[in-house]
Design a protein around this ligand. Structure first.
Ligand SMILES: [Cu+2]
Length: 167
């Protein structure tokens, strides 16, 4: 999907550059301003129509459905000042995992980092809601959960961890 979006973006940028080049060239080549303004006006309307079409066509239903549905492993994680409670400490590699996140008190940020400290994903955990995020861990190892939303004096200590094991 990202490759398609990149290709469409590049094609539209090239088209825009070509149109810009033609407009500048036409403006400099002949000084028939009435004709040029008319073409420019048409061009702006065409660009608006194309922009609107691309925007509407690329809209997706919200919220996005989780890709794996019932096949995913469900993990429930609850945040609070200042702790995480995660109902599984060992997860399999290579399988879709859905984290169901919520909190007991204030907003927290559920961020997962690998053993080298790289942030893999993060999602808000909020009181009164269950937010879901799906991830597939490719590499077995130890992972840490950090809070990514400042939530009080103990925020920096809001850590937990789990292990991903090979299948
Ligand atoms: Cu926090």
């Amino acid at each position: 999907m990202q490759t398609l979006v990149l290709a469409v973006t590049l094609a539209l940028m090239i088209l825009l550059a070509f149109v810009f080049y033609r407009v500048v060239r036409a403006t400099n080549a002949d000084r028939q301003l009435g004709d040029t303004n008319s073409r420019r006006s048409q061009l702006i309307w065409v660009m608006l129509a194309v922009g609107l079409l691309v925007t509407v066509a690329s809209l997706r239903e919200w919220p996005h459905a989780l890709a794996s549905g019932d096949a995913a492993i469900q993990v429930n994680a609850t945040g609070g000042q200042w702790y995480w409670e995660i109902d599984r400490s060992e997860l399999p590699a290579g399988k879709p995992i859905v984290f169901n996140l919520h909190t007991e008190d204030v907003n927290h940020g559920f961020g997962v980092v690998d053993s080298e400290g790289r942030l893999l994903f993060q999602t808000q955990a909020m009181p009164g809601y269950v937010n879901q995020v799906e991830y597939v861990f490719d590499t077995p190892g130890d992972y840490r959960v950090l809070c990514m939303e400042f939530c009080g004096v103990g925020h920096h200590d809001m850590l937990d961890e789990f292990t991903v094991v090979a299948n």
